[in-house]
Design a protein around this ligand. Structure first.
Ligand SMILES: *Cc1c(COP(=O)(O)O)cnc(C)c1O
Length: 458
């Protein structure tokens, strides 16, 4: 369904047909969790928070993170596979997410001393931390070893440096998949050498292997896991306590309905975008077997689940984005608006009080596509709208796409970008232009069927 011909909204103009057809993008409304429905429906809450903060802010709802963790844990329980969930921490810095992991018995995958300290501060114990990253610093090795973390070793050189600390440590060896161009991990011959070397270092205890694949396909993950079971058996035969296989992250998130996504994919053109902007690729915003369902698909492929059970192997997963699904949104205030034309058709340019640095997809040669919500919600004239930042960079746009908002945005309205907790809100933020970094507001259920809010404390 496109917004041309009979489907054109009134705001696109009656002659958004024929030669002027197609300057307004198809809608991509995001799925909403119940907490978001209630927050958007509350006549006061969002306006009150915006007034108190006085600038853009992120909202987080940690109970949703707990639910997402439980979804993964349930797949392990249902399949009888021993499993461990480690939250890929780089996807969101909030203390409330680390706290949710601690309360839900999930571990955290960290890659810096900052992330390690932040996880410990929220009550995730050292034994529940996985430490990944290439050629980790001596300081990170030291802290990880002292706290009893599981360390994913990336190279032979790193193994040697870690062994030289002479502190007993549990390690995994990071695997470079065959035919992969990744800069991480070790190819087969180096893995052989590392397994042998590990046996010679008294402080090193080899607990297994890990990998992290790009893309979101369950099949290559299942296939590589099956191959690595042979390596695990061989390592055990060499006397290592090799019982763990980590298949990394990359569990997809379902942001929008499949029919909306296919309409976008079939019809999208430069004419939908401010200044004729074009993007080469997008995140797969419709992902029907998302998160835990994708883990189920991995386990279901071949007889991976049976082999894991038979060999007493623990399967570790490191989901980042998938644990944050529908756990947060980002709120901007409209500072002003102007009108531009494309093929004679008017559209609105809203300027909001923040920057696309709080919407990271915009910095990866792509666009964050789930439609923002204009608040307060209410009737009006549907209006094609693009969204710019309060900075002096031509390229600093939060939405290049002419989104069919249900009414014209006015100064003082709020614009809520949905489902931003996974990688969007805080991975690229900087005090560019000396604009303050948006604070995170944590919502919690309160008596009287409402929500209260507090600032995230890290
Ligand atoms: C980034 C990363 C993850 C998390 O990836 P998601 O796509 O957010 O699930 C997990 N493990 C490793 C090693 C990573 O680098």
């Amino acid at each position: 369904m496109g917004l041309t011909g009979a489907d054109a909204p009134a705001g696109a103009g009656a002659d958004a047909r024929g030669e002027h057809a197609g300057t307004v993008a198809a809608p991509l409304p995001a799925h909403r969790a119940p907490w978001e429905e209630q927050v958007l429906g509350d006549p006061r809450l969002l306006g009150d928070i915006a007034f108190a903060i006085g600038g853009p802010f992120h909202m987080m709802y940690p109970p949703r993170v707990v639910e997402n963790i439980r979804g993964f844990q349930r797949v392990f329980t249902d399949t009888g596979v021993s499993g461990a969930v480690y939250y890929g921490k780089k996807a969101n810095k909030s203390a409330c997410v680390a706290r949710a992991c601690a309360t839900a018995d999930a571990g955290i995958d960290v890659s810096s001393t900052g992330e390690l300290g932040a996880a410990l501060r929220q009550g995730v114990r050292g034994v529940d931390l996985m430490v990944t990253g290439p050629e980790k610093s001596d300081e990170l090795h030291w802290l990880a070893a002292r706290h009893g973390c599981l360390i994913a070793v990336d190279s032979l050189g790193e193994l040697k440096r870690l062994a030289a600390l002479d502190i007993p440590v549990r390690i995994l060896l990071r695997v470079l998949p065959a035919a992969s161009a990744s800069r991480f991990g070790m190819p087969a011959d180096e893995l052989d050498q590392a397994v042998t070397a590990a046996a010679e270092y008294p402080a090193i205890s080899l607990h297994g292997f890990s990998f992290h694949l790009s893309g979101y396909d369950p099949i290559p993950r299942a296939e590589l896991a099956v191959q690595l079971l042979d390596r695990l058996r061989a390592a055990r035969a060499q006397g290592h306590p090799a019982t763990t296989l980590s298949i990394g992250g990359g569990f997809g998130v379902d942001y929008v309905r499949a029919e909306h996504w296919s309409a976008f994919r079939e019809q999208a053109s430069r004419r939908w975008f401010h200044s004729g902007k074009a993007f080469a690729s997008y995140y797969p915003y419709s992902f029907p077997a998302a998160g835990p369902a994708m883990l189920a698909a991995v386990l279901d492929h071949g007889d991976l689940a049976r082999q894991l059970r038979q060999t007493g192997t623990t399967l570790a997963v490191e989901p980042g984005r998938a644990l944050l699904d529908r756990a947060g949104s980002t709120v901007f205030r409209v500072q002003g608006h102007k009108t531009r034309h494309e093929h004679g058709q008017p559209y609105r340019v809203l300027t909001v009080d923040g920057s696309s640095l709080s919407l990271s997809e915009q910095w990866f040669d792509s666009e964050y596509l789930p439609d923002p919500v204009l608040w307060p919600t209410g009737p009006g004239t549907p209006t094609p709208t693009v969204v710019g930042a309060a900075t002096c960079l031509e390229s600093d746009m939060l939405s290049w796409r002419r989104i069919p908002l249900p009414r014209a945005g006015e100064t003082g309205d709020l614009l809520i970008y949905p489902n931003t907790a996974g990688y969007q809100m805080d991975s690229n933020e900087s005090p560019f232009h000396e604009l303050p970094i948006p604070p995170k507001v944590v919502l919690s259920p309160a008596p009287g069927d409402r929500y209260r809010w507090a600032l995230d404390h890290s």
